[in-house]
Write a protein that binds this ligand. Structure first.
Ligand code: ATP
Ligand code: MG
Length: 357
């Protein structure tokens, strides 16, 4: 639960100091006033990265040299600051600077719901890999460490391939294989563990056809690091020709299907939205399970109710009560778009990046 939030020069939010009640708040503001920016600032304290995948530099208010976000949650103070000069990012917990982000990611837990989530279902595999990677990183620090190692090795291997240096590229096969083994196995475990629940959630949200989720390896996965090393060695010639690493979990996908057909290709806009919401509820349940039920994650709702018909809205609210029983911070352009059930919270008006009433 977030009790206090300080924001300085984060996007259009020049200076905000907010006290949140345990139930959360409803924030109303016209288009372009900073509602999504506010949720992005809160979520920055979860992942220390932009929720929308923006670069840190883009989060700095135009004309400023850096931004700052600080929050108090369960008596801990978490802060994040970024300075454009030198691209310096500093994260602290209770005044102590964190050496590694992997130590502090997931201290505060929140689940962001946004209409843009439908794009995770409807676009290419990268968005769904990012979803998996965020859920797993926030719920399991070891995963984040492995993922970072894998990405660093991949970057360096690809750079060597682009220079046409197969000998240099091969030097990264071992660390890449090590990371790939863990990343692929953890993703697959998660999907196996939660796929039945995904189907239940889609049904609970009103989908009548059977919803399925499965992990799809771009090429058959290896069983262990030595298997991945062999695959990498075997693909070196092709990788050199294409100047990129063509095998590994960085090419996999989370396949979503409805009634036996791939949602990405055949689903309607409403079906994409439903699946996206089911994925967010799944994220909430994963984080709650990782915490052993203590301190449920905060729900950050960016105008998600407006697009749903009444039946789906009610079903979603019921799911939220079960799976995200903690704080809810809801933003919307109009009060009419916030369901009555969430109205027992203070209501604030946001205009030009400031709370005006
Ligand atoms: P909508 O209802 O349309 O979703 P919103 O209230 O969620 O609107 P935001 O996305 O939070 O709007 O804020 C958008 C505003 O923030 C835009 O006016 C944009 O120009 C401004 N903005 C984005 N990045 C920066 C930045 N780095 N510095 C200053 N302003 C920024
Ligand atoms: Mg917005």
């Amino acid at each position: 639960m977030l009790s206090q939030l300080t924001i300085r020069n984060f996007r259009n939010l020049s200076a905000l100091d907010l006290e949140f009640p345990p139930g959360g708040a409803v924030i109303i503001g016209e288009n372009g006033q900073g509602k999504t920016n506010l949720l992005e600032a809160i979520y920055y304290l979860v992942l220390f990265r932009s929720l929308r995948g923006a670069k840190d530099g883009e989060l700095v208010r135009f004309g400023s040299d850096g931004f700052f976000v600080g929050g108090t949650a369960a008596d801990h103070r978490i802060t994040a600051g970024y300075e454009i000069a030198g691209h310096r990012k500093k994260v602290t917990v209770d005044g102590v600077a964190a050496d590694k982000l992997s130590e502090v990611v997931g201290r505060l837990l929140a689940v962001p719901f946004s209409p843009a989530d439908a794009g995770v279902v409807g676009s290419g595999p990268a968005a769904r890999r990012r979803y998996l990677d965020v859920v797993l990183s926030v719920s399991d620090r070891a995963y984040l460490t492995r993922l970072a190692e894998m990405r660093a090795a991949l970057r360096q291997r690809n750079a060597a391939l682009r220079r046409g240096r197969g000998d240099e590229a091969r030097a990264f096969d071992a660390p890449l294989a090590e990371g790939a083994t863990h990343v692929a196995a953890a993703r697959r475990r998660w999907v196996d563990q939660w796929s039945a629940r995904y189907g239940e959630l889609c049904a609970a949200l009103g989908e009548s056809d059977r919803a399925e989720m499965r992990y799809h390896a771009h090429q058959p996965a290896a069983d262990d690091a030595s298997g991945w090393r062999e695959r990498l060695a075997g693909s070196l010639d092709r990788d050199l020709r294409r100047a990129m690493t063509t095998v590994g979990p960085h090419r996999d996908d989370l396949k979503l299907a409805l009634g036996g057909r791939e949602l990405r290709a055949y689903g309607s806009a409403g079906q994409h939205r439903t699946a996206a919401i089911a994925l967010r509820v799944l994220e909430a349940e994963t984080l709650a399970a990782a915490r052993g039920g203590r301190e449920p994650p905060i729900g950050l709702f960016d105008d998600v109710f407006a697009e749903l018909d009444e039946g789906r809205q009610e079903r979603l609210l019921r799911l939220i009560q079960e799976s995200l029983p903690g704080q809810a911070i809801v933003v919307a352009p109009r009060e009419a778009e916030v369901p009555a059930a969430l109205f027992d919270r203070p209501r604030w008006q946001l205009k030009g990046g400031r709370i005006v009433g």
